[in-house]
Each structure stands twice: as C-alpha cells, then as structure tokens.
Design a binder for this molecule. Structure first.
Ligand code: MN3
Length: 386
C-alpha cells in the first residue's frame, strides 16, 4: 500500500510536534513530504534527522541562512512565505496539516484546497477569517476539510451515520480557562503569567490567551458554523471544566450523543489523519471511575465578552469575523508585550468590529484587505493608549 504523503505547516508548534509523534509511530502509513518552520533551527535539525522530509521551508530569513550554512541535510531548502504557499499546494501532498498560528494560515490552506488536497485543519483562524470562501472552494475543488480541534472532531464523530437535518443543536464544551472562578472584580488585575497558565491543555501562547478570554471558544463557534453548515442559533456552548466530554450533538427526537476522551490532542490528530478509519494507539485510556465527577456551567458572557462578540460577528456579515480575528491577534500580542490589560482585549475588538468598514463581497483579496485594515486600526488604538 502506498504511504500517504503529509506536509506540515508549522512543524515545530505544539500541534505540529504532536503530529510528528503520531506519524513516527506509523511509518508504514505516512511519510513526510514538506515541513515549514518559522525559525526554530534546533527543532528543525531534529526533525530532518528523524524523518528526512523531501523539503523544508524556513520562514525567517536569517534562520534560513544560518541553517543552510551549517547543515548536511540533502533535501530542498526554501525561505519565505511564497515558499510556504508553494509547498502547501504541492501536487504530491495527500494531506496538508495546516497548523500555522493566526491569519498566516489562510493563503497556504486555500492554495492546497485549490489542488483538491485533504486538509487536516488545526488553524481555526482560517475558517474564522474566510469560512465562506474556504468552504465554497472546498466544495468546488472537492477537497476534504477535517478539523484537528477536539470539539469539532467530537461533533464529526457524533454525526457519523446521521442526517444533518435531524440535528437540533450542537453543544461545544469549553474548559472555561484559568479565570472560570475568578470574580469579575479581579479581572482588571489579571497578569500575563496567570493568563498563560491553562488548567487542562498545554498549548502555544496565542491559543492559551484565546482560551483565557474565551475568544478561542468564540472562534470555535464560527469554525463549527462553517464546517457543519449550521445556523448560529443551533450552536450552544457549555462550560465543562474537566475537558472529558469534547462536545455533543442533540437530535430532533431529544437524543444526545457525546464524544469523550482524555484531553490528549493526539487523538483528534490521528482521527483526522486516518479518517474515516480508526487505528490502534496505546495513548492513555479514560478511566471514568477515576474521574468520578463531570461538571457543567452556563458560560458567563459578562466576564467573557469575546464569546458574545463571536456570535455578534456571525450575525453581521462575512467580513465581521475576519475583523474580530485580526483585532484579536493584535490585542493578544499587545497583551503579551505588556502594552494593554487583559480586559482591554474585548473592548478594543468591539471597537474595531463597530468602526471598520464591512465589505459586502467575499474574495480572498477582500479578506486580506479587511485583515490588514483591521490590524492598522487596532494598532493605532493601542498606540493611543500608550
Ligand atoms: Mn478546541
């Protein structure tokens, strides 16, 4: 049997790294085609030794120069974002694992879709910013899109064998992040260290802050809306601190299906890579008696306005989610650099959403334009604060 060729965008990130571990345990099933990294050269050297990919892209130019000078890796070596788009759309790819951070994932993912390549999508910002465009292109070019997000993987598994018209609603679970029990009066004093300390998942900085503001769950609402083509009033969120139930689907007869498992991203990763097959893995097993108790709460929209902004943006038009995505990226970076407070994040995003002009047509160019205008606007607000 031919092995599936995988290209990984963002190979040294948290999801990229865990994906490499999954495919390393299945050498008869997968081979690495291309990988892209930003500038982590020591991790790149390690990947080249372990997998000997056909080619690599290093986004950062000085990292590229120093790698080239010191390596004995024999494959193709490219530099820059144009090269990321090129390897994403490589005709040899069977699967593209799209795990760049933020809006930078949109264009290369779109390139791969246009070639009909199966997308294992870990970059949710692609569907947040360009959901309509991406899903239409996937239909047109017959490219499968499989989410590598535990909630959406859960929904996909619950929907197997079901008619989408018999779905009453889907329920996305949310851990609630580190500030689930923090009183709203203490929110103005939240520090960077507190926000980076997620109770259940060990992830990159951007998504960890998004989890703390619950913008991550807001983005997952938007992601679900496009992936499963659902009306927003059919998408609910429930806070479930243990992160054992990954999401649920409620049907028109009152029956509810849920997918459970330990919070281990290798499970949704391997499910997406092998879909619709399941392969045997020895990941740790869920022990319900050991967990003993599962809890649920209503999400608090007052403490977490980002969640409300996500719903609002979906009610506006196709460019509104792209605005909240871009404003959020700038705000998260500013928060991590100590330029704004935690509670400024939703305030500034709200301002951007209501001040920036919304375009009525949806093309890749119009979305890139909205993204860059929003970045400029948001940065100027932040500079005025300081
Ligand atoms: Mn998730």
């Amino acid at each position: 049997m031919n092995r599936k060729k995988i290209t990984i965008l963002g190979a040294t990130g948290s999801i990229g790294y865990q994906t490499l571990n999954v495919i390393e345990s299945l050498p008869q099933k997968f081979e690495l085609n291309y990988i892209t990294v930003n500038k982590n050269i020591s991790a790149l050297n390690d990947i080249c030794k372990r997998f000997n990919p056909k080619g690599i892209v290093i986004a950062d130019e000085s990292a590229y120069k120093s790698f080239k000078k010191n390596t004995n890796y024999q494959g193709e070596i490219f530099c820059g974002s144009e090269s990321i788009n090129f390897v994403a759309g490589s005709e040899q790819n069977d699967i593209l694992l799209s795990s760049l951070v933020g809006f930078s994932g949109v264009v290369p993912t779109y390139e791969a879709i246009k070639k009909g390549i199966t997308i294992a999508l870990a970059n949710k910002e692609t569907l947040v910013s360009a959901g309509n465009l991406i899903m239409n292109a996937a239909k047109e070019y017959k490219a499968k899109i499989l989410a590598v997000d535990s909630e959406h993987s859960a929904i996909l598994q619950c929907l197997l064998g079901e008619d989408i018209n018999s779905v009453e609603k889907i329920i996305l679970t949310a851990s609630g992040g580190p500030f689930r029990n923090t009183p709203i009066a203490e929110f103005p004093n939240i520090t960077i260290e507190q926000a980076l300390n997620h109770p259940n998942w060990n992830m990159g900085n951007k998504i960890t802050i998004d989890s703390a503001t619950m913008m991550n769950k807001g983005f997952e609402i938007i992601e679900a809306r496009w992936l499963f083509d659902l009306d927003i009033n059919k998408i609910d969120v429930v806070v479930h601190p243990q992160s054992i139930i990954h999401s649920l689907v409620q049907f028109i007869d009152g029956s509810v299906k849920a997918q459970l498992g330990l919070p281990d991203m290798r499970i949704p990763i391997s499910y997406a890579l092998n879909y619709p097959e399941r392969l045997s893995f020895d990941f740790p097993r869920l022990d319900l008696c050991e967990i003993a108790k599962l809890e649920f709460q209503k999400p608090d929209f007052e403490k977490f306005p980002c969640l409300k902004l996500a719903y609002e943006s979906l009610e506006m038009n196709n460019h509104a989610p792209a605005i909240i995505n871009a404003a959020n990226e700038i705000c998260v970076e500013a928060f991590l650099n100590g330029k704004i407070k935690f509670i400024d994040i939703p305030r500034i995003i709200d301002t951007a959403l209501n001040k920036i002009e919304h375009i009525s047509i949806t093309t890749l160019e119009s979305i890139i334009y909205t993204d860059s205008e929003t970045r400029k606007f948001t940065s100027s607000i932040i500079n005025n604060i300081n």
